[in-house]
Design a protein around this ligand. Structure first.
Ligand code: SF4
Length: 333
């Protein structure tokens, strides 16, 4: 990474206590020892199967779930916060700087509120504007940026298509003028033709407003076309991270390879060559010893079952990988 870092996580963990009673307590480690840097002004992708911990990591960066281990440092040039310790007025300030765009534009918008009130609500809750006229001006400004007609502001969400509703969700997330936005599967519920439109809007907003995005997705083709840098998660750990081009052209972790080979190819010669990802991701409450991927990895050896690999530099351009065998298997890519 070469630019300024907006968020730097160091051995970040998020655990939840599950089970009741004195003898039945268990800790579910949804995120376990993640170290990662998110560059200012970047579109940072986070991928992995469902259950990999990517949504929880996004929530931890928004301070929406408690950080139970390690650190995450936020520095936008105006303020610096240790997210693990954040509370009181600083947490209130952070809420306007870090926002979430929800996955489901149908469930995220109250059917009883007008579009104007939906977009204005964060300003009113956080007390960011002094008068109704000021609030209206800000709502109109962000609505126009999100390509909503001003006449839409008087209507209710049911009058809109999925793409328009997602633009309302985006306007609501951006109305407080955040620096950091987590977009969690934000185009997954939309038709493919509408996805492109919303992704183009997000890229335009990122560029024009100088935003930093964390884009969480299970759809690798969307990530490939949108993100500058991608991190791959498996069972709460980061297993590989690299600039997008590097990751897609020369992945070095067997899990990343398997994820990529599952992308449908338009080339008939490629079909049938996919390396199938066998089995299910293990339960976070019952994790295998050693490399967490060894129960599904076709290259696993005895060492993999006993010793957990650490994330190490594969090159000096931000490509890191956590696998005992990446050099012998894929080092020459
Ligand atoms: Fe596979 Fe072993 Fe590498 Fe894990 S450490 S990904 S089990 S080869």
């Amino acid at each position: 990474m070469s630019g300024d870092i907006l968020i730097r996580a160091d051995q970040l963990s998020v655990g939840f206590q599950i089970g009741k009673g004195l003898f039945n307590k268990q800790i579910l480690k949804a995120v376990d020892g993640v170290s990662v840097e998110i560059e200012k002004g970047s579109f940072f992708g986070l991928v992995g199967e469902s259950g990999s911990g990517k949504t929880t990591l996004g929530r931890a960066f928004l301070k929406a779930v408690p950080i139970t281990g390690g650190h995450a440092r936020y520095d936008d040039g105006e303020v610096q916060y240790d997210l693990a310790e954040l509370a009181g007025p600083q947490l209130k300030d952070y809420r306007k700087r870090a926002q979430l765009i929800f996955q489901d534009p149908y469930a995220a918008l109250s059917p009883r509120m007008t579009v104007r009130d939906i977009i204005a609500e964060p300003l009113e809750v956080m007390g960011l504007t002094g008068s109704r006229a000021e609030t209206d001006e800000r709502v109109r400004e962000i609505a126009a940026r999100c390509r909503l007609n001003l006449e839409h502001l008087r209507r209710f969400p049911h009058a809109f298509s999925g793409g328009q509703r997602q633009r309302i969700s985006i306007a609501r997330a951006l109305v407080s003028d955040p620096k950091f936005v987590v977009a969690d599967e934000s185009v997954a519920a939309l038709d493919v033709s509408i996805q492109a439109d919303v992704l183009n809007l997000l890229k335009e907003l990122q560029r024009d407003l100088g935003l930093t995005f964390m884009f969480i997705s299970h759809d690798l083709s969307v990530v490939a076309h949108t993100c500058d840098h991608v991190a791959v998660m498996y069972l709460g750990r980061l297993v590989e991270t690299a600039p997008t081009r590097t990751l897609f052209h020369a992945p070095k972790h067997p899990y990343t390879k398997a994820l990529f080979s599952a992308i449908p190819s338009l080339d008939p010669d490629d079909r049938g060559k996919a390396q199938k990802l066998e089995g299910e991701i293990p339960s976070p409450t019952n994790q295998p010893a050693g490399c967490k991927f060894h129960t599904r990895c076709p290259y696993a050896v005895d060492r993999c079952k006993a010793e957990e690999p650490v994330l190490e530099h594969a090159d000096a351009q931000g490509h890191d990988v956590a696998c005992h065998r990446w050099r012998e298997l894929f080092g020459a890519d």
